[in-house]
Structures are given as structure tokens and as C-alpha cells.
Ligand binder design. Structure first.
Ligand SMILES: C[S@@+](CC[C@H](N)C(=O)[O-])C[C@H]1O[C@@H](n2cnc3c(N)ncnc32)[C@H](O)[C@@H]1O
Length: 264
């Protein structure tokens, strides 16, 4: 039996109000993922685990022939609704699991999967499937949360210090460096390199943002004038680009690893 909640509607993951660092991170990771797929007129792009379809729609708005693949009928319904009022050719939506994509080998110029791999019960099979359905010279883009980011390391070190040195018990419900209960995998650079590397020739690791979830960071940014807060998150973002291992989100960009003879 698959333990996946198909009735989710994202209300638990889309916060009603966002801190400045969250806003910056979500916008940057989305742009980095979409840009890496090079959506444009005539490009066939698959958005795996497309959720409510905002990225599929964004790629269609850039002229791509975008398709969302998503197991939840409810999410697909919401995606259709969101796409309706846009003046674009409606993306297509297919209800399916990421580890069994119902497309022929090499059907797409690019495939993306953003913020979803840690929800999959068989994530490596999903990467293999994305590599299969993407053209041999195409792009596979995976965006994952990094649970060994600088923020996670600092958060854990502070908790260890409080508990082990000061003797103060950690009282928070869920620590930022722990994977949430609906995640199957706790990703960090080495794990995604290992899994993705078996199916992709990895061209790039792009780091996005540093500091998200660091104790006190969101509150500190909130107190700054808006322009200065933006410069702070941008400076930390530059650090993420330089050292993806410390980044809050890692975007992996690669090409299918398979022989030309098996490519469509
Ligand atoms: C956090 S949402 C991310 C959605 C979207 N990519 C985004 O960036 O907003 C995770 C998505 O993964 C989907 N999902 C969970 N398990 C899956 C699986 N095995 N195959 C495909 N999708 C799955 C869920 O239905 C949900 O839409």
C-alpha cells in the first residue's frame, strides 16, 4: 500500500503570511528551477509532482508546451482552476506517480521536480523515470531542501549547546533541521549527488539562499528597513551560489545518463 495523502490541498505548506526570507527563498528557488529548464516556445517540459501547477503554468506563460504530472486529482483540479484565467494555452495535466511516468523515452526537452522529491516513497526511481522521459540532450532539474544547510547546522549546534552545556531541554515541536513527518527522505548534497548521479550526468549544483530557518534570522530581517533586508538576503544568496553545500535549497541540473541507442 502507498502511504501518500492524495487529498492534500497545500494549505499546510502555503503559509498565509510569509517572512521576508521565506518570500525570497520561494521566489528564488522557483526562478532557478524554471530558468534551468529553459522553457520557451516549442519546448516540451514536464513538471513532475506539479502540485497546484503554478510552475507548469509559469512555463506555459513563457511559451513552453508544459505538462504537469501529479497523482492527486484534487491538486490537478486546483491547477486547472488556476490556469483558467491566464491567457495561455492550457497546460496538460496527467494523473500519475513520479516513479512510473506514462510517457515514451525522450518525450520531453526538459523535466523538473521542485520541492517534492522528499515526499516520494521511491525518489530514486522518480529520477530514473525523469531521465528516461527526457531527451538525451535535454535537461533534468531537481530542486530539494538541504537538511545540512548552514541554518540546519547552526540550529543543531545551538540546540546541542543548550541541552548539553546549559542543561536546558529543547522545547520546540519540530526542529528546523529535522525532516517533517510527511517526508520520506532527508536530503543533503551527498545523498542527492549519489541518487541523481546514477541516472544523470550532473552539470551543476546551484545553491539558493542561506539563512532560512536560522534561529532569529526571520525576526532580525523583519526589523530592518526593507531595502537593507533585501540586501542581506541577497548577500547570503551569493554565498549559496558559491557554496551550495550550505544553501537552503539545492537545484541539481543534469542530463540523462543513457546510451544514444536507447534514446528516442
Ligand atoms: C510539496 S508539493 C510540491 C508541489 C510543486 N512541485 C511545488 O513546487 O509547489 C509535493 C507534491 O508531491 C506529490 N507527490 C507525493 N508523492 C508523490 C509521488 N510518489 N509521485 C508523484 N507525486 C507525488 C504530492 O501530491 C504533491 O503535489
Amino acid at each position: 500500500m502507498r502511504v501518500v495523502d492524495l487529498d492534500r490541498d497545500m494549505s499546510d505548506v502555503i503559509p498565509t503570511s510569509m517572512s521576508r526570507d521565506s518570500e525570497y527563498l520561494f521566489e528564488r528557488m522557483t526562478l532557478e528551477t524554471i530558468d534551468a529548464a529553459l522553457p520557451g516556445p516549442g519546448q516540451r517540459i514536464l513538471d513532475v509532482a506539479s502540485g497546484v501547477g503554478q510552475d507548469t503554468i509559469a512555463m506555459a506563460m513563457r511559451g513552453a508546451n508544459a505538462m504537469g504530472a501529479e497523482p492527486s486529482q484534487r491538486m490537478i483540479g486546483m491547477a486547472r482552476m488556476f490556469a483558467e484565467d491566464k491567457k495561455i494555452e492550457m497546460p496538460s495535466w496527467v494523473q500519475c506517480w513520479s516513479d512510473h511516468l506514462p510517457f515514451a523515452t525522450g518525450s520531453f526537452d526538459a523535466s523538473i521536480c521542485k520541492g517534492a522529491m522528499d515526499h516520494f516513497d521511491r525518489p530514486e526511481l522518480a529520477i530514473a523515470e525523469m531521465a528516461r522521459v527526457t531527451a538525451i540532450d535535454g535537461r533534468v532539474v531537481l530542486a530539494i531542501a538541504n537538511f545540512e544547510s548552514l541554518s540546519c547546522r547552526v540550529g543543531r549546534a545551538l540546540d546541542d549547546f543548550r541541552r548539553d552545556v546549559l542543561g536546558i531541554p529543547v522545547i520546540r515541536d519540530r526542529r528546523g533541521y529535522d525532516a517533517p513527518s510527511d517526508h520520506f527522505t532527508r536530503y543533503e548534497v551527498n545523498l542527492i549527488r549519489e541518487q541523481a548521479g546514477r541516472h544523470l550526468i550532473i552539470d551543476e549544483f546551484r545553491g539558493v539562499s542561506v539563512g532560512w530557518g536560522m534561529p532569529g534570522w526571520a525576526g532580525f530581517l523583519q526589523k530592518l528597513p526593507q531595502g537593507l533586508a533585501l540586501r542581506c538576503v541577497q548577500a547570503f544568496d551569493a554565498l549559496a551560489r558559491f557554496a551550495p553545500v550550505l544553501a537552503d535549497v539545492i537545484v541539481v541540473v543534469g542530463r540523462p545518463r543513457r546510451s544514444v541507442n536507447t534514446s528516442a
